[in-house]
Ligand binder design. Sequence first.
Ligand code: BES
Ligand code: MN
Ligand code: ZN
Length: 501
Amino acid sequence: MIEISVKAGAAAKQRDDAVVLPLLQGRKLTDAGRALQDVTEAIKPYLRKFDHLGEFGQIGTLYDVPGTFTQRVVFIGAGDEKKLSLQALRRLAAKTARKLQKSGARDVSMYLTELPVRGSTLDERVQAVAEGIWLGLYTFDKYQTQKEKPKRSLRSVTLMVASRRDLAVAEQAVARAKAVSIGTCFARDLANEPGNVCTPEFLGEQAASLQHDKLKVTVMDKAAIEKAGFTALLAVNQGSAREPRFIVLEYQGGERDEAPVALVGKGLTFDAGGISIKPPAQMDEMKFDMCGAAAVLGIFRAVTELGLPVNLLGVIASTENLLGAAAYKPGDIVTTYKGLTIEVLNTDAEGRIILADALAYAAEQKPAEIIDFATLTGACVIALGSQASGLLGTGEKVIRGLQKSAEKTQDRVWRLPMFEEYQEQIKSKIADIKNIGGREAGTITAACFLSRFVDEIPWAHLDIAGTAWNMKGTDLSVPGATGAGVRLLLDYLADRTGQGH
Ligand code: BES
Ligand code: MN
Ligand code: ZN
């Protein structure tokens, strides 16, 4: 990760390889740009000449401007002033960073945080810009052995603020952004690894590598899982030659006696569908079926980085869903850790089966609330596409809190209902419940299934099937895993401890 720091000072005085100034539509400069215009003749005629300057993401470079100490003054179009938002800032920072990455500039200063985002505070703008830079520069190219690396790549960005009095809050905002970005990129790295590298065993090792004096990590192998009685996880694992893992993370950042927030993740390191095998098109993408687990690990990574004063319990169930000779089959009845029995009618609805044990274990620890992350249903991708994670559950307060944090971070969610009537769809004639609920309301009936395992604990379920990876890529993310859920939870947890802002 490149270095980001904060500083106050005029654009004309900066000695970096590049000084980046935002330009609003209508060729309108912000304060720092206007101040520079006042001390050098070069800017005005240049801006007048340029056609598209000011359009969102458009870039224009002026070299060797008299009266400055920098090699280049870079104007970055910020678009329509009325459309500015923290998310626009995040995206703009990402675009800018990517463009600078290719420019040959090593150290740059940026004046993006003075863009007038209505209703925002400086520390929110600094955090958004820093997140944009770090998330936008993320790549996963370790397997591209022939790819040419740029000779001179970006090394540091200085975020310029108006006054020295702003430095302290700006520094804290950068620290928050750094933790969020480290956590998000950790989640992305895990998820982008192919299924032959990122196995349940690998996930266990990665969890164990998160060392911190307030964190305890327990990784159960197959023998320990058998002993503990996570029989639903074992059923899904039957078709795989690799051992499953059950991972428990306990972070004690808060008061001793305070009940933790439980974070539960689906960790299917590859989901072929099992005997109810999936069609071949895009089956490769099912290496991302562990993105729920990756989100949980990313959140723990960020929380330990920040040392947030919360108590957290992390629970991850991990296996492959394959078709070995011993694979579980349609018609099988699986007894869960909790004792409830499941009639398996489709082996491809495996996420809810392993989550049954993970959620029941989490609920048994009596947490204050449970939040689970799962690439659970294709139906959620149909309903919401890649713009929002599905949000369901029984805990009104945790759901509202997540909705609020989603607004703020733009790690978006959209709530779906869980009316009692939907539970009818998963009634079984032969066992307690069945693992599919028919074509209608597939995301909701999957959540209904999960609801049977959380007891009375306030619970929120995030179906991240549409948001956890994006094969087209976005401004903030190269094609592949996005790290969905990490930004959301960091804000939620900070808010919960009263450290929100
Ligand atoms: N991991 C998939 C869900 C999924 C599908 C996520 C496509 C992202 C993109 C899950 O295990 C699954 O296969 N669900 C089935 C459930 C069905 C059989 C009831 C689905 O959604 O098709
Ligand atoms: Mn499946
Ligand atoms: Zn799956």
